[in-house]
Design a protein around this ligand. Structure first.
Ligand code: ZN
Length: 263
Protein backbone atom coordinates (compact mmCIF):
# COMPACT_ATOMS: atom_id res chain seq x y z
CA UNK A 1 0.00 0.00 0.00
CA UNK A 2 0.99 3.64 -0.39
CA UNK A 3 1.03 6.25 2.37
CA UNK A 4 0.94 9.90 1.26
CA UNK A 5 1.12 12.38 4.14
CA UNK A 6 0.65 16.07 3.35
CA UNK A 7 0.80 19.35 5.23
CA UNK A 8 -0.84 22.52 3.93
CA UNK A 9 1.45 25.28 5.24
CA UNK A 10 -1.17 28.03 5.02
CA UNK A 11 0.05 29.98 8.07
CA UNK A 12 -1.33 33.57 7.88
CA UNK A 13 -2.58 33.41 4.27
CA UNK A 14 -6.22 32.64 5.10
CA UNK A 15 -6.84 35.81 7.19
CA UNK A 16 -4.64 37.86 4.83
CA UNK A 17 -6.74 36.72 1.85
CA UNK A 18 -9.79 38.20 3.56
CA UNK A 19 -7.97 41.44 4.47
CA UNK A 20 -7.93 40.50 8.14
CA UNK A 21 -4.69 41.92 9.48
CA UNK A 22 -5.30 41.98 13.24
CA UNK A 23 -2.41 40.50 15.23
CA UNK A 24 -4.94 38.27 17.00
CA UNK A 25 -5.94 36.51 13.77
CA UNK A 26 -2.46 36.46 12.25
CA UNK A 27 -1.01 34.91 15.42
CA UNK A 28 -3.16 31.80 14.96
CA UNK A 29 -1.57 31.23 11.55
CA UNK A 30 1.88 32.27 12.74
CA UNK A 31 1.72 29.44 15.28
CA UNK A 32 1.97 27.00 12.36
CA UNK A 33 5.32 28.38 11.25
CA UNK A 34 6.79 29.08 14.70
CA UNK A 35 5.67 26.05 16.72
CA UNK A 36 4.12 23.54 14.30
CA UNK A 37 6.64 23.23 11.47
CA UNK A 38 9.76 22.50 13.59
CA UNK A 39 7.86 19.79 15.50
CA UNK A 40 6.49 18.29 12.29
CA UNK A 41 9.89 18.16 10.58
CA UNK A 42 11.46 16.47 13.60
CA UNK A 43 8.58 13.97 13.81
CA UNK A 44 8.93 13.03 10.13
CA UNK A 45 12.69 12.60 10.56
CA UNK A 46 12.14 10.39 13.59
CA UNK A 47 9.78 8.11 11.66
CA UNK A 48 11.90 8.22 8.49
CA UNK A 49 8.95 9.50 6.45
CA UNK A 50 8.76 11.67 3.33
CA UNK A 51 5.87 14.13 3.04
CA UNK A 52 4.50 16.77 0.70
CA UNK A 53 4.12 20.39 1.84
CA UNK A 54 1.53 22.37 -0.13
CA UNK A 55 2.40 26.05 0.33
CA UNK A 56 0.64 29.21 -0.87
CA UNK A 57 3.16 31.44 -2.68
CA UNK A 58 2.66 34.25 -0.16
CA UNK A 59 3.57 31.90 2.71
CA UNK A 60 6.73 30.80 0.86
CA UNK A 61 7.70 34.39 0.02
CA UNK A 62 7.18 35.40 3.66
CA UNK A 63 9.28 32.49 4.94
CA UNK A 64 11.66 31.36 2.17
CA UNK A 65 13.95 29.60 4.66
CA UNK A 66 11.08 27.38 5.79
CA UNK A 67 10.22 26.42 2.20
CA UNK A 68 13.88 25.63 1.46
CA UNK A 69 14.13 23.59 4.67
CA UNK A 70 11.35 21.29 3.42
CA UNK A 71 13.37 20.56 0.29
CA UNK A 72 16.65 20.23 2.20
CA UNK A 73 15.06 17.55 4.43
CA UNK A 74 13.97 15.54 1.38
CA UNK A 75 10.30 16.53 1.25
CA UNK A 76 8.27 17.77 -1.71
CA UNK A 77 7.00 21.37 -1.98
CA UNK A 78 3.90 21.72 -4.14
CA UNK A 79 1.51 24.51 -5.10
CA UNK A 80 -1.41 25.73 -3.01
CA UNK A 81 -2.51 28.96 -4.72
CA UNK A 82 -1.15 32.48 -4.45
CA UNK A 83 -2.74 33.63 -1.17
CA UNK A 84 -5.21 30.80 -0.53
CA UNK A 85 -7.63 32.51 -2.93
CA UNK A 86 -11.21 31.30 -3.34
CA UNK A 87 -10.79 29.78 -6.76
CA UNK A 88 -14.48 29.47 -7.68
CA UNK A 89 -15.07 33.18 -7.01
CA UNK A 90 -12.38 34.28 -9.48
CA UNK A 91 -12.71 35.00 -13.20
CA UNK A 92 -10.82 32.37 -15.21
CA UNK A 93 -8.07 34.83 -16.24
CA UNK A 94 -7.34 35.72 -12.60
CA UNK A 95 -7.29 32.05 -11.53
CA UNK A 96 -4.90 31.25 -14.38
CA UNK A 97 -2.62 34.21 -13.59
CA UNK A 98 -2.42 33.48 -9.84
CA UNK A 99 -1.80 29.76 -10.41
CA UNK A 100 0.99 30.45 -12.93
CA UNK A 101 2.60 33.05 -10.68
CA UNK A 102 2.45 30.70 -7.68
CA UNK A 103 4.42 28.03 -9.59
CA UNK A 104 7.05 30.60 -10.61
CA UNK A 105 7.34 31.96 -7.05
CA UNK A 106 7.79 28.51 -5.47
CA UNK A 107 10.40 27.63 -8.08
CA UNK A 108 12.27 30.88 -7.37
CA UNK A 109 12.23 30.26 -3.61
CA UNK A 110 12.91 26.49 -3.55
CA UNK A 111 14.92 25.99 -6.74
CA UNK A 112 12.52 23.21 -7.77
CA UNK A 113 9.41 23.71 -9.93
CA UNK A 114 6.26 22.26 -8.31
CA UNK A 115 4.93 19.17 -10.08
CA UNK A 116 1.56 19.13 -8.37
CA UNK A 117 -1.07 21.31 -6.83
CA UNK A 118 -3.71 21.28 -4.15
CA UNK A 119 -6.19 24.06 -4.90
CA UNK A 120 -6.78 26.32 -1.86
CA UNK A 121 -9.63 24.92 0.27
CA UNK A 122 -9.97 22.17 -2.40
CA UNK A 123 -11.98 24.76 -4.31
CA UNK A 124 -12.01 23.55 -7.94
CA UNK A 125 -13.66 25.74 -10.60
CA UNK A 126 -14.97 24.74 -14.04
CA UNK A 127 -11.75 26.19 -15.50
CA UNK A 128 -9.28 24.65 -13.05
CA UNK A 129 -8.57 21.36 -14.84
CA UNK A 130 -7.68 23.02 -18.15
CA UNK A 131 -5.48 25.57 -16.34
CA UNK A 132 -3.55 22.77 -14.58
CA UNK A 133 -3.07 20.95 -17.90
CA UNK A 134 -1.94 24.13 -19.70
CA UNK A 135 0.60 24.82 -16.94
CA UNK A 136 2.08 21.32 -17.29
CA UNK A 137 1.18 20.10 -13.81
CA UNK A 138 1.41 16.34 -13.33
CA UNK A 139 -1.01 15.77 -10.47
CA UNK A 140 -3.76 17.38 -8.45
CA UNK A 141 -4.79 16.59 -4.88
CA UNK A 142 -8.10 18.41 -4.34
CA UNK A 143 -10.93 16.11 -5.46
CA UNK A 144 -12.82 13.31 -3.74
CA UNK A 145 -14.23 10.83 -6.27
CA UNK A 146 -12.35 7.75 -5.00
CA UNK A 147 -10.35 6.31 -2.11
CA UNK A 148 -7.33 5.69 -4.32
CA UNK A 149 -5.55 7.74 -7.01
CA UNK A 150 -7.21 7.96 -10.42
CA UNK A 151 -6.80 9.74 -13.73
CA UNK A 152 -8.82 12.90 -14.44
CA UNK A 153 -10.85 12.93 -17.64
CA UNK A 154 -11.97 16.06 -19.51
CA UNK A 155 -14.88 16.05 -21.97
CA UNK A 156 -14.68 12.25 -22.16
CA UNK A 157 -10.92 12.16 -22.79
CA UNK A 158 -8.11 10.92 -20.56
CA UNK A 159 -5.84 13.81 -19.57
CA UNK A 160 -2.84 12.03 -18.03
CA UNK A 161 -3.30 14.24 -14.94
CA UNK A 162 -3.30 12.07 -11.82
CA UNK A 163 -5.71 12.82 -8.99
CA UNK A 164 -4.54 11.91 -5.48
CA UNK A 165 -7.90 12.18 -3.75
CA UNK A 166 -8.47 13.86 -0.41
CA UNK A 167 -11.40 13.75 1.98
CA UNK A 168 -12.62 15.72 5.00
CA UNK A 169 -12.40 12.47 7.00
CA UNK A 170 -8.62 12.51 6.59
CA UNK A 171 -8.18 16.24 7.27
CA UNK A 172 -7.42 17.75 10.69
CA UNK A 173 -9.32 21.02 10.10
CA UNK A 174 -12.96 19.81 10.34
CA UNK A 175 -12.24 18.11 13.67
CA UNK A 176 -10.34 20.90 15.37
CA UNK A 177 -10.79 24.36 13.81
CA UNK A 178 -13.34 26.66 15.38
CA UNK A 179 -14.69 29.99 14.21
CA UNK A 180 -14.30 32.55 17.00
CA UNK A 181 -17.37 34.50 15.90
CA UNK A 182 -19.50 31.65 14.60
CA UNK A 183 -21.59 29.13 16.48
CA UNK A 184 -19.76 26.07 15.14
CA UNK A 185 -17.31 24.69 17.70
CA UNK A 186 -16.54 21.25 16.31
CA UNK A 187 -13.91 20.35 18.87
CA UNK A 188 -13.09 16.64 18.70
CA UNK A 189 -10.82 14.82 21.10
CA UNK A 190 -7.45 14.12 19.41
CA UNK A 191 -7.72 10.49 20.61
CA UNK A 192 -11.08 10.10 18.85
CA UNK A 193 -9.52 11.46 15.65
CA UNK A 194 -6.63 9.01 16.03
CA UNK A 195 -9.20 6.20 16.05
CA UNK A 196 -10.73 7.39 12.77
CA UNK A 197 -7.35 7.70 11.06
CA UNK A 198 -6.08 4.32 12.31
CA UNK A 199 -9.27 2.70 10.92
CA UNK A 200 -8.78 4.55 7.61
CA UNK A 201 -5.17 3.34 7.42
CA UNK A 202 -5.94 -0.27 8.43
CA UNK A 203 -8.78 -0.50 5.87
CA UNK A 204 -6.65 1.00 3.10
CA UNK A 205 -3.93 -1.52 3.91
CA UNK A 206 -6.42 -4.41 3.77
CA UNK A 207 -7.46 -3.15 0.31
CA UNK A 208 -3.87 -2.69 -0.88
CA UNK A 209 -4.87 0.93 -1.47
CA UNK A 210 -3.63 4.40 -0.57
CA UNK A 211 -3.78 6.17 2.78
CA UNK A 212 -3.65 9.93 2.18
CA UNK A 213 -3.76 12.49 4.99
CA UNK A 214 -4.11 16.31 4.90
CA UNK A 215 -2.79 18.21 7.93
CA UNK A 216 -2.11 21.88 8.71
CA UNK A 217 0.85 23.01 10.86
CA UNK A 218 -1.31 25.63 12.64
CA UNK A 219 -3.93 22.94 13.46
CA UNK A 220 -2.08 19.65 14.05
CA UNK A 221 1.05 21.35 15.46
CA UNK A 222 -0.37 21.70 18.99
CA UNK A 223 1.06 19.41 21.66
CA UNK A 224 -1.93 17.13 22.32
CA UNK A 225 -2.49 16.65 18.59
CA UNK A 226 1.18 15.99 17.79
CA UNK A 227 1.09 13.27 20.45
CA UNK A 228 -1.57 11.34 18.53
CA UNK A 229 0.08 12.06 15.16
CA UNK A 230 3.25 10.49 16.59
CA UNK A 231 1.21 7.41 17.57
CA UNK A 232 -0.45 7.26 14.15
CA UNK A 233 2.85 7.44 12.25
CA UNK A 234 4.34 4.84 14.58
CA UNK A 235 1.43 2.52 13.77
CA UNK A 236 1.82 3.19 10.02
CA UNK A 237 5.57 2.55 9.99
CA UNK A 238 5.31 -0.60 12.14
CA UNK A 239 4.10 -2.45 9.00
CA UNK A 240 6.77 -3.75 6.65
CA UNK A 241 4.58 -3.57 3.53
CA UNK A 242 3.96 0.19 3.58
CA UNK A 243 5.43 2.51 0.94
CA UNK A 244 5.62 6.06 2.34
CA UNK A 245 6.16 8.57 -0.46
CA UNK A 246 5.62 12.13 -1.64
CA UNK A 247 2.46 12.86 -3.62
CA UNK A 248 4.66 13.34 -6.73
CA UNK A 249 6.18 9.86 -6.29
CA UNK A 250 2.72 8.30 -5.86
CA UNK A 251 1.57 10.16 -9.01
CA UNK A 252 4.59 8.78 -10.91
CA UNK A 253 3.65 5.26 -9.83
CA UNK A 254 0.03 5.77 -10.90
CA UNK A 255 1.10 7.21 -14.26
CA UNK A 256 3.06 4.01 -14.87
CA UNK A 257 -0.20 2.06 -14.49
CA UNK A 258 -2.33 4.10 -16.90
CA UNK A 259 -2.25 4.36 -20.66
CA UNK A 260 -0.81 7.60 -22.00
CA UNK A 261 -3.38 10.01 -23.51
CA UNK A 262 -4.07 9.22 -27.16
CA UNK A 263 -3.01 5.57 -26.96
ZN1 ZN B 1 -4.88 25.44 2.70
Amino acid sequence: MAVAISFDSDHETIPLRDNHTSPGQLAQGEYGARAGVPRILDLLDRHGMTATFFMPAVAALARPDEAREYVARGHEVAAHGWIHERTTLLPEAAERDLTARSLDALERVCGVRPRGIRTPSWDFSAATLQILLDLGLEYDSSLMADDDPYELRSHGRDTGLVEIPVDWIRDDAPYFVMDRFGSARPYTSPRDVLGVWVDEFDSARADGGTFQLTLHPHVIGHRSRMTVLDELLGHVMSHGDVWCASHAAVADWVRGQITAPGE
